[in-house]
Design a protein around this ligand. Structure first.
Ligand SMILES: [Mn+2]
Length: 476
């Protein structure tokens, strides 16, 4: 341990997330950080929560690996481990670590309180803050503390919710913590006046911080305001929970997240590392040391993946972890060759493929497949869709029986008829216009046979129907 006058140098690790799935990443990064901190001669080490990713059985290799790293640290300096998020670190997970101290102890902070580090040993307060009596007894028995830690582990919101009313639970957590931090601040200011370093350790979200995905955390349901943390009058406030490294400074005092020790998810921005804190009473600095976190590459396509673009990415992605995502419409899904993409990234450490297929939304025409002919199918579709298909049926018959030139000729001849009708020749109307399609299209109108008089009325209405499809927009 250093002399009282030396700056206090704390290695601050957070969010190790040891689990079977994260073992390689967590242990490579934490192993590097532990050795780096030992070589650099840290005076104390802090893990500010989420040492594990979820509850781990005793026989899980990941738990053994974490224990070995912590044990290794205790051969060099005292270690404080803070209780993190309950889902990641079920209460009680850390208890066993109290037993693995070598040269120095592991201190587990799982309640809101203060703890003094004197000559390599931890001496906790009975209640949330050191009392006058406790502190004087501490000085008599153990001498001047090197540092006072103010510990705020994850708080049980259920307990607060019951006390404060469920609706106000989130706000109440912040209010209660702010009140506690202010009270601790009064004591911490006194410790500082005695030349003792003061350090806060907590696990939670600071309002206004940014996540590893670049999302700003702004709202009223977060644990801390940055002002509340500075109110604790700690020289340095060591935070965990947010996986992106970031810090705030006020008059020489610093609040900081080291971020997670490794890169556990795709799409995380920012470097990974641990923090080297240098603290003299009233002034702190936190320097990040980067860990060898895995490199990830994310490529997203709106539509089928561009294979040329992917080939260019693959050329730069040897030994990296690659995620390729795309979104395609259902009818284009067969355009994507997954195997070819996997093959492109043969040299990468991992290729993760996430395809999102947008389902085609179409209403089926019930019974249409049982209709025998195309005109029948058309008519069935018209019934179901509420569309009058007669004009379409006529055009379909024309398309089926005539070639393009004949159709065009007849359209032109009908247009000519119409022009004649508009010029006022009423007699032409009955004789020329009502044409039977089978006979009229290939011939000029004046050569076609006149419709028999007895059928004139019928023919006229038929003519009107036929004219309709000529005068209306063909593509309607
Ligand atoms: Mn975490």
């Amino acid at each position: 341990m250093p002399n009282q006058s030396d700056p206090l140098w704390i290695a601050h690790f957070s969010d190790l997330h040891y689990s079977p799935g994260n073992l390689a990443e967590a242990d490579r990064c934490f192993g590097f950080a532990v050795e780096n901190a030992i070589v650099a001669g840290c005076h104390a080490a802090v893990v500010s929560g989420d040492s594990t990713d979820h509850g781990l059985d005793a026989h899980t290799p990941a738990l053994g690996a974490l224990a070995r790293r912590i044990h290794r640290l205790t051969g060099h300096c005292p270690v404080l481990m803070l209780q993190g998020t309950f889902s990641h670190e079920p209460p009680g997970t850390l208890d066993v670590f109290r037993l693995i101290g070598a040269q120095y102890p592991v201190y587990v902070a799982d309640r809101i309180h203060q703890v003094a580090l004197c000559s390599g040993e931890f001496h906790p307060s009975e209640g949330p803050i050191f009392t006058e009596t406790e502190f004087e007894a501490l000085l008599v028995e153990h001498g001047m503390p090197k540092v006072i830690f103010t510990c705020v582990p994850t708080v049980n919101k259920a307990v607060l919710a019951a006390a404060a009313g469920v609706a106000k639970a989130a706000t109440a957590v912040g209010d209660h913590l702010a009140a506690y931090l202010r009270a601790a601040g009064t004591m911490n200011a006194r410790f500082r006046s005695l030349g003792i370093a003061t350090v806060g350790v907590s696990h939670g979200t600071v309002n206004g911080c940014q996540t590893e995905h670049g999302v700003p955390m702004a709202g009223f349901d977060h644990e801390f305001g940055i002002g509340a943390l500075f109110d604790a009058e700690c020289d340095g406030f060591l935070l965990g929970h947010i996986h992106r490294a970031q810090q705030w400074e006020r008059e020489g005092r610093v609040v900081a997240y080291p971020g997670s020790i490794g890169r556990f998810h795709y799409g995380e921005i920012g470097a990974k590392g641990y923090l080297q804190w240098d603290i003299v009473p009233g002034k702190a600095t936190a320097q990040s040391v980067e860990t060898p976190a895995r490199e990830t590459v994310c490529v997203d396509f709106d539509g089928p993946p561009d294979m040329e673009a992917l080939a260019a990415v693959a050329a730069e992605a040897a030994d990296k972890f690659v995620r390729v995502r795309w979104t395609v419409n259902e009818e284009h899904r067969q355009l994507v060759d997954r195997d070819a993409i996997v093959a492109l990234f043969g040299k990468s450490a991992e290729i993760k493929i996430e395809a999102r297929v947008l389902p085609a939304v179409r209403s089926r025409a019930e019974g249409i497949s049982r209709a025998a002919s195309l005109p029948e199918k058309l008519s069935r579709w018209g019934e179901l869709a509420g569309v009058a298909t007669e004009p379409l049926a006529e055009r379909l018959a024309v398309l089926e029986s005539l070639d393009a030139q004949s159709i065009a000729d007849s359209v032109l001849s009908h247009l000519r008829d119409q022009a004649d009708m508009e010029s006022g020749d009423g007699q032409q109307d009955a004789s020329d216009a009502p044409l039977e399609m089978e006979t009229s299209y290939a011939e000029p109108p004046e050569q076609t046979a006149p419709v028999p008089t007895s059928h004139a009325a019928t023919a006229q209405s038929a003519a009107a129907t036929q004219m309709e499809w000529l005068t209306e927009d063909l593509f309607a």
